[in-house]
Design a protein around this ligand. Structure first.
Ligand code: ZN
Length: 198
């Protein structure tokens, strides 16, 4: 039975597709949006469409950016021979916030997970391997210390070994299953400085 307008039901359905949002929370958000001034609701809607239409993957590191080449890759002061591999753009942002890493990144947009059916071809590994044909001296694997993150790290390390490029893994000071973006800067720096060769 439809208690509300079909429009509201549609909004609830769309919101409940977001990660971590159940039907109950989606309902709460939907009614909050309904009670917003119309102008604010329009701003929210256009922020979504604008972001989706203007943001693209950096041609070099694959992070999400509104330029063809992201600001990190475009910065001539960054050391292009050191590439840190992270799972997503938020992880990149977490390391950038420390201001202590002067290399560049490669964003995988996910991690290998046989359980979820995510294989090596589903993340941006091919693009990483292409970059390694250039002048690269070290690849730092900074995927999460979750099962998926470790599986991905092992896979990448095996893939890179034959090229002779140095492969390191950040220290496991990062709590298991913890998202990199929620870890404080000191812990991140310690993990980076304590990295070990694979
Ligand atoms: Zn980039």
């Amino acid at each position: 039975m439809d208690y509300y307008s079909g429009y509201i039901n549609q909004l609830i359905e769309q919101l409940s597709r977001l990660p971590g949002i159940g039907v109950k929370t989606a309902g709460r958000l939907a009614f909050h949006i309904m009670n917003m001034p119309a102008e604010q609701a329009e701003k929210l809607a256009s922020a979504i469409t604008e972001a989706r239409s203007h943001v693209q993957y950096c041609k070099c590191c694959q992070t999400l950016t509104d330029q063809e080449i992201c600001p990190v890759c475009a910065d001539p002061r960054r050391d292009k021979t050191t590439i840190m591999v992270v799972e997503n753009t938020q992880d990149l942002a977490a390391y950038e916030k420390t201001g202590k890493f002067d290399g560049v990144y490669h964003v995988l947009h996910g991690a290998i997970s046989p359980m979820l059916g995510i294989g090596p071809d589903d993340i941006r590994l091919k693009e990483l391997m292409q970059r390694l044909t250039g002048d690269v001296s070290e690849v730092i694997i900074a995927t999460n210390s979750s099962l998926e993150g470790e599986t991905t790290a092992m896979y990448i390390s095996k893939l890179i070994k034959p090229t002779g490029i140095k492969v390191t893994r950040i220290a496991s000071g990062v709590p298991v299953g913890g998202d990199l973006e929620n870890i404080d800067e000191v812990t991140l720096l310690r993990a980076l400085e304590g990295r070990t060769r694979l």
